[in-house]
Design a binder for this molecule. Structure first.
Ligand code: HEC
Length: 252
């Protein structure tokens, strides 16, 4: 008997190789077909996608700049900013989008809308004490951006004089004093898209006092805010660290 395999059993090994080859070829073909389909179907990045990406980058860049301005090392021990507001403004203004906004702002702005008044007959004047305390908190925590006049520093910091949000539902400003605010917002005809950082180191009483002060200064006429109102909002938003967005709060 010969040791050589018979002609009949010979194709056994080549047959195995052939089936492996067939499998490999099949997989390769599948991969190529999938890749081809993917490339064919995938659309070239549209202008819209490019624009969105550019905006996202810009937003991230703005947020980074803003954060750099407000983090602790950027502040003096008394909470004021080490970097001057003028420098901060210049920095933010170096942004093309903001420059475009300034140019737009050079066009005559529509007349300022009057702040929503307290419902007729229901206006409650704040006590002198509360106004005094509120003025002190304002000078400590808001004045750098919203200015002693309440007029802000357009186009970066919006005015809170004649500002409907300041005199509206106090829950909103309480929320963004606690956690900050970002996103596009139009105040007195001008659109802002900057960032208000959470205001550090303010008690429920401080927030009530400062909001009361703002609501009854700068031509605003809104009712006082109580520490209990602040306490309730603080409790309801406890644990939140993300800034509020204007969209989330229904602000435009
Ligand atoms: C670091 C700057 C900064 C500080 C400090 C600051 N704000 Fe703001 N504030 C802003 C910016 C910027 C916006 C607009 C945010 C946006 O574009 O989404 C804003 C928005 C507001 C608004 C709503 C818009 C308007 O103009 O009516 C109110 C009300 C307000 N701030 C009140 C306060 C009060 C009260 C304090 C102090 C307790 C304070 N802010 C502290 C920067 C600041």
């Amino acid at each position: 008997m010969s040791e050589q395999p018979s002609a009949g059993s010979r194709p056994l090994i080549p047959g195995q190789i052939a089936s492996w080859l067939r499998l490999v070829c099949f997989i390769a073909a599948a991969v190529i077909a999938t890749a081809y389909t993917y490339l064919a179907v995938r659309k070239a990045p549209s202008e819209e996608a490019n624009r969105r990406q550019a905006q996202k980058t810009l937003r991230a860049d703005n947020a980074k700049k803003g954060l750099a301005l407000i983090t602790e090392p950027g502040r003096n021990a008394d909470g004021t900013f080490r970097i001057s507001i003028k420098d901060a403004t210049a920095l933010i203004v170096a942004d093309n989008k903001v420059v475009a906004k300034i140019q737009a702002a050079a066009a005559p702005a529509p007349a300022a809308a009057p702040a929503a008044p307290a419902a007729a007959g229901s206006f409650v004047k704040a006590s002198d004490d509360q106004m005094k305390r509120g003025a002190a908190v304002y000078a400590r925590t808001c004045i750098a951006c919203h200015q002693p006049t309440g007029m802000g520093l357009p186009p970066v910091f919006p005015p809170i004089a004649n500002a409907p949000i300041a005199v509206g539902n106090p829950e909103l400003p309480i929320k963004f004093i606690l956690q900050g605010l970002m996103g596009p917002i139009t105040v007195n005809g001008m659109t802002y898209n900057s960032m208000m950082p959470p205001v550090p180191g303010v008690s429920d009483g401080d927030i009530a006092d400062v909001l009361t002060y703002v609501r009854q200064s700068f031509g605003n006429k809104g009712n006082p805010v109580s520490a209990d109102q602040v306490k309730a909002v603080r409790a309801a938003t406890a644990g939140r660290t993300a800034m509020w967005t204007t969209a989330e709060l229904g602000l435009k």
